[in-house]
Design a protein around this ligand. Structure first.
Ligand code: PEP
Length: 251
């Protein structure tokens, strides 16, 4: 199971350091069965990443990645810092798609580059616009653009984040999440039906907290969660980790 913490730009560098220290103290040596990944802002990546060395169970990721190996891009993390301090990268978050106009093509380009330098992309997709013939046309288009640019042997992660569930306190209906997870797995399977293709985990994100996480953990096709607001304090994030590590919450 994956638990990803998207800290966005919600914390000062001091608070990011404090939160990472608290998690380091309370998580170290435990929860080896869970993939925990923290996504601090770019200013805090180095500090947080150095705290969780390679022996630690916790991994660190960037909230966005460089567009190309040689592209000079003001506001972007450099390729060398990216490769040095990140194990994962969040790409295609709906806030970036909506506010910055990031296209599927740009997201796919960043994902391919991340894979080239050994960083695992976590690609956020949303419902998109449907058509009369195919209500999931928009979702599939987002996935297919990624699949077209990435070698079928590469590992990546998909996070399904319906826009109306992000930051609203109202999570998506678990039945709908299960249905969408099935469509995501099917689209990936059809596109990369190669024996050596790794399993692609599918996560759910949108107003997940310790109270509602149980309804997402047990869903067929869901391999973890991406948590925003509820990952911003050690207590609340730890409550989620404890639920994920307890088998009784999978029934
Ligand atoms: C997010 O922004 O990726 C997210 C999941 O946020 P929240 O949990 O606050 O809805």
């Amino acid at each position: 199971m994956y638990i990803l913490a998207n800290w966005k730009n919600s914390l000062s560098s001091k608070d990011s350091k404090r939160l990472a220290e608290a998690l380091h103290t309370r998580i170290s040596g435990k929860y080896s069965d869970i993939d925990i990944v923290l996504f601090p802002d770019d200013i805090s990546i180095e500090t947080v990443s150095l705290m969780f060395d390679s022996a630690s169970m916790v991994r660190v990721g960037a909230q966005d990645g460089p567009l190309g190996p040689k592209t000079t891009l003001t506001g972007s993390i450099s390729l060398s810092n990216f490769g040095k301090f990140c194990d994962y990268v969040l790409l295609g978050h709906s806030e970036r798609r909506m506010l910055l106009g990031e296209t599927d093509e740009m997201i796919a380009q960043k994902a391919a580059l991340a894979i080239d330098v050994g960083v695992i992309p976590v690609i956020c997709v949303n419902k998109g616009d449907g058509t009369k013939i195919d209500p999931h046309f928009g979702l599939k288009a987002q996935l297919e653009s990624i699949l077209d640019h990435i070698d079928s042997k590469s590992k990546f992660v998909i996070a399904y984040e319906p826009i109306d569930a992000i930051g609203t306190g109202i999570p998506a209906d678990p039945e709908e999440v299960k249905n969408i997870a099935g469509i995501i797995h099917e689209t990936i399977f059809i596109s990369r039906n190669v024996k050596s293709s790794p399993y692609i985990p599918v996560l759910y994100g949108g107003s997940v907290n310790d109270k509602n996480i149980k309804s997402f953990l047990s869903l067929e096709g869901i391999d973890g969660v991406l948590v925003g607001s509820a990952s911003l304090t050690a207590d609340s994030f730890l409550r989620i980790i404890k639920k994920v590590s307890d088998p009784k919450h999978y029934k």
